[in-house]
Ligand binder design. Sequence first.
Ligand code: NAD
Length: 387
Amino acid sequence: MTNVSKEKVEVALIDGDGIGPEIAAAVTEILAVAGARIEWVPCLAGSRVFLKGDPTGLPEETIETIRRCKLALKAPLATPLGGGERSANVRLRETFDTFAAVRPAKTLRGLEASSRFPEIDLILVRENLEDLYLGVEYDLGRNVFSALKVNSEKNTRRICKATFAIARALGRKRVTGISKSNILKRTDGSFDRIFDEEAKLYPDLIADRMLVDAAACKFVTDPGRFDVVITSNLYGDILSDLTAGLAGGLGVCASVNLGCDVAIFEAVHGTAPDIAGRNVANPTALLRAAIMLLDHIGQNDVARRVEGALSLVLQERKSLTADLAAGGPSVSTTAFTQAVIDALPKVELVDGETRWHAPSLEGLSEMGWKPDDLRSFVQASLAPTAA
Ligand code: NAD
């Protein structure tokens, strides 16, 4: 998808919950002024859909639009707590088989002061469909509850293949597999075995493994040691917030949920209900997701212009949102957005280089389990059999 296109590209736009509508408006405004050749197709998902009584949080029209566009920019969606509805985020990933969450953690120029490690430049790939997120939980009685961690060979092999392909596409050198196989000998043990088998197919890349606890320590003491990281769903969820924290905070890190047919770009952060509706949220993370989208569709001229304007505003440090201002004076979401727009004409286009390349995932679409099939298989396997 990297052909430079003069045509407008249709992209589904989910403006999300909480701070979602505020940051989505900021991003679409900046992209319009920057000359992005994108036709946004607004779609509903999340809380507003749950409130209408649809327990999926994902209406059929939204599914059809994403299926047609194959691309989406998604602001965060709230997950209902406790019993009842499942997460619309999880449903989106399952519906479009976006099995890899790719989460770069790189400190932007100008954010060095807010980042503990200005030199950080790693990519964390999180398996997106199984593990504890398959959602198989049991009430065992007497107030004992259990959640099933499910790692299948098919999905693990697929995510390992995708990760090595991503590392190659981006010219990276090392891939580190992270698990807890000293304790979870079958689930994570199988992850390690498959990782090692796949690594042998990529002799041009260094491959090594680390236990998740040791990796957590290494991330905060020596993050420069990591290049591309692959891990399972829950560890990836936690570690990608950690790496976002190292690279400047949740408000600045982006992500793409990648499948063979569909790519859904989003911020790493959630709906930030504590600041929603107050015009103080930082749109940078969603803007960086949009920059990845622009690179993905070959509009790297616009991607670099927006990235350059964002960097200028961050380097000036005069128009920072509260999360980046470190207690100093801060500006509103709308003032920050205007500052980025005002900086666009000042950007000198030094190169048309693409920072994000969509990897070739050929042959991987049929390789994994469909989550419903895997759930049914697991549940049937565990059901007591008639004597
Ligand atoms: P959160 O990421 O929404 O917020 C954590 C902290 O970071 C809060 O203090 C918040 O104010 C701050 N923050 C986050 N984004 C910010 C931004 N752009 N600008 C300034 N500050 C920002 O995490 P949470 O509070 O644990 O989750 C809230 C909801 O979001 C939950 O329903 C959760 O399930 C959902 N969530 C959704 C996604 C997604 O849609 N991909 C991801 C994570 C969490």
